[in-house]
Design a protein. Sequence first.
Length: 297
Amino acid sequence: MRQVHAAKRCQGLPSRNRYLTWEGSPRTECREAGRRLAAVPEGDVVWRTARRLHEALAGRVLTRCDVRVPRFATANLTGQTVTEAISRGKHLLIRTDAGVTVHTHLRMDGSWRVRPASERVPGNHRIRLILGNDTWQAIGYLLGIVEILPTTAEPATVGHLGPDLLGPDWDPAEAERRLRANPSRPIGEAVLDQRNLAGIGNVYKAEMLFLRGVNPWRPVGEVGDLPALVDLAKRLLEANKDRFGQVTTGSRRPGEETWVYGRAGRPCRRCGTPVRTADQGSDSESRVTFWCPHCQT
Ligand SMILES: [Zn+2]
């Protein structure tokens, strides 16, 4: 069932648009080999989205607020000035001078588009939220979370997150401490748990474990150099945060961007062994993972 769903997600490619920093795509996990994978909403993509939203909204008065989720459908933030848009792990926070925060999360399929204010927004059932000013309108599509809350209540929403890999509070020692708190947990699950460190998604999980030669099922307590793994996660996100796409191999050529992610059954780029794939994690949160059984032990 999951496999069918994953394969369905692989259809089509994202379009680029000059107003976009990032446009989400509905094919985020794909077992099929050889297909190009679009950027998925991991920490780097969310960081970039926050920067674009900040550029378009911060310092400007909202003249449009159209919330299309039932719980907040009557919310009206017009007249308020957006002070900043930031990312916190994979969460987006848009704050106003009235002490209000718009909290959104892209989940798997969400995206934001920034368009000129003068452009007509076509009716679209995928739109969840529109925030606009005299110059720009930011349109949120298929957002997994949309909520409007007092800025003082943010800790209840994002306070559980571990150190943010791309945040000003990044603290590798704290991330390591949180990971080690559950030494028997498989490392592939532990690094995806946003309570340990915030920002890693499935692509970087698979890639960082390959690059460190660590099997995704190895218990955290048996990972030899955990600080090096945490440092690598930071470097991968930093390297990709300013560009479209997610590249860990150094090659941006289609089909060459990753070592193992999305390459099930294809030969390992190092040793030629077919890349394996399996679901990892508890049933409710299991994610497909990729690894080379020869290079990763
Ligand atoms: Zn290999």
